[in-house]
Design a binder for this molecule. Sequence first.
Ligand SMILES: [Zn+2]
Length: 344
Amino acid sequence: MICNTAFGTKGSSSSVCLSHSIPQHSLKTISANGELYNTNKIVHFSIRKEEQGTKISGTFRLICRDCDSRVFREYEQFDNYTSDFTDNCYSTCVQQILNEITLKNYLSAIYNNESSSAPIRFLLQNTNSYNINYDSARYLKSWLSSSTNDLHDFNNRFLEAKRSLNKMMIDNYSIIYYKLLDKKLPIAMQGVFTPEKAFDGKYINNYHIENASKQDAHICILPSNDFSIVLLFTKKKYGNVKHAFKTIRNLPDDEAIKAIIALGLLYLDNVYLSPEIPKNITQDSYLRELTGETLTTLYSVSSDSPIPDNIKDIPEAKILNSAKANRNLISRYTEIPDQLIESI
Ligand SMILES: [Zn+2]
């Protein structure tokens, strides 16, 4: 999707790359025996795995090997995240890194969106075989329609970021929060999200207005051997998001990191935990509320009979984003357990 390599044609498939939506170095550094916890370790949805290998965590197949190794070079080079990263925000170097992250996040979002929609479409085409009643079908249809709108947005924004590749840019993105922590966090996450509400409950985006142009933001929490990168940024022109989250900058570091972790758990698909986290984290009720119930609810509305296998492949998509956001869970970010922001 970056170059014009056509996948699926003879001879080209060998060049399709298994890309990581979080730098593999971060995943490796928090893994134990090559394994990571995914967020189902908090949600405990019975049909899904709770652990997975670092090699397949948060991966997608949309770009060729050449692009994967070339286009994301600056962002994957952790030396580039210096303590004066924010001061240099409007330099071409930092803007390029932010653009690479943006590009990767949209690719991953497009891939996750398509993988989530396929089984729902399948269920809707086979409502009789799966005993799906009228109300459930209606729910699934409305979910699919909003998912299709999202896909359209992701595609447009991906193309926008692609146009910025190799172009001198100095003021495309604004950093809302950045911190180079001198500890290895036990959690890694990366992705793009469209926040519905700010910490005080005020609207940033109203999901219920169709075709409204939405403002999104990007999160990276990238642990390394003895430090971690924490980054929240958005498009410079997205005033609502900047205004809503600028309060994070005034918080003490620990609280700021908790606020960003809360946003990530609520909205992102790609969140991984170190198997070295204390057990109480995996039983924490606030974390569970933030992260999950998504698939559990989908399961209960979609069918009274055994659900098809491919439902299990739905990424940790935040299907009930809106309903969860309405409870304004992020305002309780201080309830994130301290162990999640302590070094492992
Ligand atoms: Zn390519």
